[in-house]
Design a protein around this ligand. Sequence first.
Ligand SMILES: [Zn+2]
Ligand SMILES: [Zn+2]
Ligand SMILES: [Zn+2]
Length: 339
Amino acid sequence: MKMKQETNADSENELIEKIYEQRVIGNRDEKNAALSASLFVNECPKKGRYVEAKDNIKAGEVLLQETPFAAWIKPSLIKTYCNHCFKRLKTCDIYCARCENIFYCSLKCHDESSFQYHQTECNFLSLFRLLSKGQLALRVVFKANIEQLFSENEMKIESKSSEDVGEYEKIFDLVDHLRECTYTNLMFDVFGAIFLSLLLKKLSLIDDKSVLIVGKVLLKHLLQINMNGIQIMEQRIADVQQLPSGEIIYKIESLEDSKGLGLYTNISLVNHSCYNVTKSLFNGNQLSLVAIADLGKGDEITYNYGPHYKFMPKSERQTFLRDFYYFDCECKACIEDWF
Ligand SMILES: [Zn+2]
Ligand SMILES: [Zn+2]
Ligand SMILES: [Zn+2]
């Protein structure tokens, strides 16, 4: 691999870095550092787990911050963004020396990617990256370490522990809605999982006796990606100015297209509402959930999955959420018929 000489960032880039440095959680939860200490993960039979405010929250506070367990970048963007952290590349000088087909912003990203998933996919990357969410599901099992995961009996995969769960166990715990899936949706992913597990066998990445269990796990991850996958958006910080007081003001511009897809562990705890009390912001593929309204103690923290009351009538929102996420939305906008 080759390294590029570091160049000095110009003053605007330094201000932008400062903005990202300041966009952090004030006080982190003691057990889960991805969450603000102002949040509480509650549970009830009707909603399952959900997140509420433990204290009063001011607009602008960062409530949740995490990087994806695994992510997939669009093949057309591999020379535009770091293939691991999704930050914009200044050059394509750092890459995998074996396949010369994956590019990074830094040696740190190169090494992390190689250790977590790329050393397994390296020889077959040009094929895998065309599989979109299939590649994401594969990266989840590569990172979880196939051999370690499947050297024990099948029940290891089915088991769940509530305390001190590892990152993969948290992914394994995400909802998949297997039972609610329509026949057509399920068949598409079943064929995908069969194809992927036979492909892994053909490429000698797994052995005969692992095909069935790897197929089952891949099906679970494909269904989880449908429910929990997050589109990683291209966002730019624009019109940055530093006021004489030292305060930095800026605009965040969201571009229409996504860079790819990520599977995160914590954002999935946050339920949908058809109006925004939070906004997701990206620094590469690091996701921050920021409050955009003042919230009171006990208020539920919600996140808009796509259908917003300003842009979609209630009946269409409800149909969309039932068809794709398998729930009847009971947010304030739906109950009070805002549209
Ligand atoms: Zn990077
Ligand atoms: Zn490679
Ligand atoms: Zn709603």
